[in-house]
Design a protein around this ligand. Structure first.
Ligand SMILES: *Cc1c(COP(=O)(O)O)cnc(C)c1O
Length: 466
């Protein structure tokens, strides 16, 4: 399997190379050269099988001979042994045809663990095989940073640096990043917002001397391996609810478009899918796009679902590549317009295709709180605000008795203040998180200045080499 860039100007890579590169050298994102497909019998065979069995069969389609089958098997088993139970992503029936797919049973209580636990082991394996070290740098609005640090702490082949916006993440989120005491973990609080952090990381990737000097690698959701890992639970959920004989609908709380793009990939691989619902909070760039055909960047508004407080959905570029008929020049043109005028408009055909593939709904703060309150009253189930946005959007679908699966992307204890404000219940964290809350924190405060951040990273790497 080869990987090509959405902007058409970067070299083709194999899986391992795309994994380590993250972003392509032309600024694009890597996608498989062709979508692998699974026939209906293969998908039907997933029914009743363990999560790791399905993962092995789906992921090997994308990895090809880049990782030996036995090694891949061992990596998958190890990655998902850090989850609470062997189900990894259990389904819970709500009401009528509504179900929740709980993706928050990993070590940091958000769905980011599903991909990050696997990504870290794949990267370590590749680096050791190549006799290389890498410096991982990532920006986080809260959940990615903790999941990445948890996955890479203690790794012998990497140093990991996470930039987060100072004062803008929840206490639990911050402590997940600042309490691990392994020498390869470095947390940086930037005096700025998430977009500033992301711009600093982009700046480092675009600075060739720095990128090559430190062996920069990325773990943000632009990394193909993360999207790939997320396709698996679309298959396990669908077969548990009568797929592939019947189509299933999914509602996905969306920020950077990574998770829902994984649903599109599952569909492209042959999974019968009724609807893919893009659920957004008031940062609704994608819902506006489906309404009007124009992708226009607005102001980021802080909400109770902070992991979706994003205006530029990086992974949307992968879908843009598909709906333009995989035309790298068109994608480059749209991205230029976005940079220059903060917007672009899809052609009529592209918009029609987009609307055939997806629906989108925006769920505001009040409605989100109301859903948390209602479900607690109805069945004593406490939802996190991201999941509540997903359920609110799912409830607008009219699909008869087709099962609708809302992806439950975080544990409520990760956002206890917002949850308590909505329903009066303060969700208690599981024991391993509670134990972490009293541990000493380690973090460096830095201004929003690329040179200073790069200098800090150079110094830390030199120190850790002894
Ligand atoms: C990251 C995140 C999302 C958004 O996922 P994308 O892949 O960025 O669309 C939703 N909910 C939670 C809890 C998250 O951490």
């Amino acid at each position: 399997m080869k990987y090509i860039s959405t902007r058409g100007l970067a070299p083709k890579l194999n899986f391992e190379e795309a994994l380590l590169a993250g972003l392509a050298t032309d600024g694009g994102l890597y996608v498989p050269e062709t979508w692998p497909t699974l026939d209906i019998e293969t998908i039907a065979d997933f029914k009743g099988k363990p999560y790791t069995y399905v993962a092995e069969r789906v992921l090997s389609q994308f990895i090809g001979d880049s990782v030996e089958p036995q090694v891949l098997h061992d990596i998958i088993v190890k990655a998902y042994s850090s989850f609470k139970g062997p189900e990894v992503a259990p389904l819970v029936h709500m009401q009528g045809n509504h179900h929740l797919l709980e993706l928050f049973h990993g070590p940091t209580l958000a769905f980011k663990d599903v991909a990050m636990q696997l990504l870290a082991l794949l990267m370590d394996h590749a680096l050791v095989r190549l006799g290389r070290r890498a410096t991982i740098v990532g920006a986080t609005s809260g959940d990615t940073g903790g999941a990445a640090i948890e996955a890479f702490r203690g790794s012998k082949a990497t140093d990991i640096f996470i930039l987060y916006p100072k004062g803008r993440v929840s206490d639990v989120q911050r402590k997940q990043m600042t309490t691990p005491d392994e020498a390869n973990v470095h947390t940086i609080a930037i005096d700025g917002n998430f977009d500033d952090c992301q711009a600093l990381v982009k700046g480092m990737f675009n600075h060739t001397e720095f990128r090559e000097g430190v062996g920069l690698a990325g773990v943000n959701s632009i990394n193909w391996a993360r999207v790939m890992a997320q396709t698996v639970y679309y298959f396990t959920a669908a077969v548990a609810l009568g797929g592939p004989e019947r189509p299933i609908a999914f509602s996905v709380p969306t920020g950077n478009f990574g998770d829902i793009f994984a649903g599109y990939v599952a569909k492209s691989m042959g999974l019968p899918t009724a609807q893919l619902m893009i659920a957004t909070n008031v940062n609704d760039i994608l819902a506006r796009l489906l309404d009007t055909g124009t992708y226009a960047i607005g102001e980021v508004v802080a909400t109770s679902s902070p992991s979706m407080d994003i205006q530029v959905s990086s992974n949307f570029e992968r879908l843009l590549f598909e709906i333009t008929g995989r035309d790298g020049a068109k994608v480059r043109n749209y991205m230029e317009q976005l940079k220059d005028k903060k917007s672009f408009t899809l052609s009529a055909d592209e918009l029609t295709e987009m609307r055939q593939l997806f629906s989108a709904r925006r769920v505001d703060q009040e409605h989100t709180a109301e859903i948390i309150r209602r479900e607690n009253d109805r069945c004593s189930m406490v939802l996190d605000p991201h999941t509540a946005v997903g359920l609110g959007a799912a409830e607008t679908l009219e699909l008869g008795d087709t099962p609708i699966v809302t992806l439950a992307t975080a544990h409520p204890a990760k956002f206890p203040v917002a949850v308590e404000a909505a329903c009066g219940i303060y969700p208690e964290p599981p024991a391993h998180i509670a134990a972490m809350l009293d541990r000493p924190e380690r973090s460096e405060d830095l201004p929003n200045d690329l040179t200073l951040v790069e200098d800090h990273i150079w110094a830390r790497i030199a120190a850790s080499k002894g």
